[in-house]
Write a protein that binds this ligand. Sequence first.
Ligand code: DI6
Ligand code: FE
Length: 410
Amino acid sequence: MQVTDNRNWDTLWINARLATMAGGYGIVENAALAIKDGRIAWLGAMDAVPGEARETRDAKQAWITPGLIDCHTHMVYAGNRAEEFAMRLAGKSYADIARDGGGILSTVRATRAAGEDDLYAASEKRLPPFLQEGVTTVEIKSGYGLDRENEMKMLRVARKLGEHYPVSVRTTFLGAHTAPPEYKGNEDAYIDAVCNDMIPAIAKEKLADAVDGFCETIAFSPAQMTKVFEAAKKHGLAVKLHAEQLSDQGGAALAARYNALSADHLEFACEEGIAAMAKAGTVAVLLPGAFYMLRETRKPPVDLLRKHGVAIAIASDCNPGTSPVGSLLLMLNMGCILFGLTPEEALAAVTRNAARALGIEGSVGTLEVGKTADMALWDIASPVELSYRLGYNPCIGTVKQGIYHARHHA
Ligand code: DI6
Ligand code: FE
């Protein structure tokens, strides 16, 4: 984007070290960055600043990255599943707990029972740790309501979080998470309700930006997910898929066939599915929190993703069952240690590639002229540090649509 009026910037950040993430780290040392109307108007070397701003802010040699993007969460829910955590530690599997009516269904019971205000209050508590760590965009899925009214309640709560906090919320309808008890043994009828009742109502009220599903033996088959994707397509909604988390169901290839924004988890993905994702431009969203919590030993095939040139994102999967995670930075470290990503890949995975996984790479995910001025400021010596440490938060503050928000130190 061409910037014409360069004497009229709103804010000029000076003495910054930029990792623009526009290709590799995209490092610019001794940098300045100008903001106008919430967008990046110019960036480059301090001694080449071509204009003036009403307000100058000194970054004091802090690093500035694109605001982090958590592209896969289920952070709107009620209750918690600490008891199941204890059961899993005692040897019961996630799938066994789900078959016995626990797992996702136990969160469905709690979420259905919560009024909209209570659900908002419970969910609101999970957001600040992410924002304090430099997150400026978060995706939030439904999937614990499993009927029209309760799925819409979840999506409204998610949208409301984005209205009350300096974060953009992208919402995803995950009605096809599992079949609710009233449809037990009648899963096809539930899928019909997802396709013919829920998706049209949610599309009409513009409550979701995308449609997702759980393609797994304990959830829905590729044939059932095909119906859901057809309905999404009919209503102009993008699709995503929880694919190959616990077994290879051919979900990656199915997602690619529908030009999905992303296929997520992928521990059991085969090369054929990955090649199809590469061709379709479908992003691989890796979720090290769930891998870790389930003590999974099969790693997502990172080498195959690299070989085929599939963009890799990572996310928290923040959910009460398999990933009760409150830190995206921890996921960078786990992405490196557990999955073998490089620190540079890990940072790209929560910026540039996470934006692609949400279909918003045109406006966020890198520091480039014309993009939204969503940024995170860090007290670090190099961007590698964001993956290196565990349990430290070096975030100084964020800039959301041009406005600075200092981090609140506890
Ligand atoms: N895969 C996951 O990791 C979450 N959902 C899904 O389809 C887990 C959700 C939960 O256990 O509550
Ligand atoms: Fe998930």
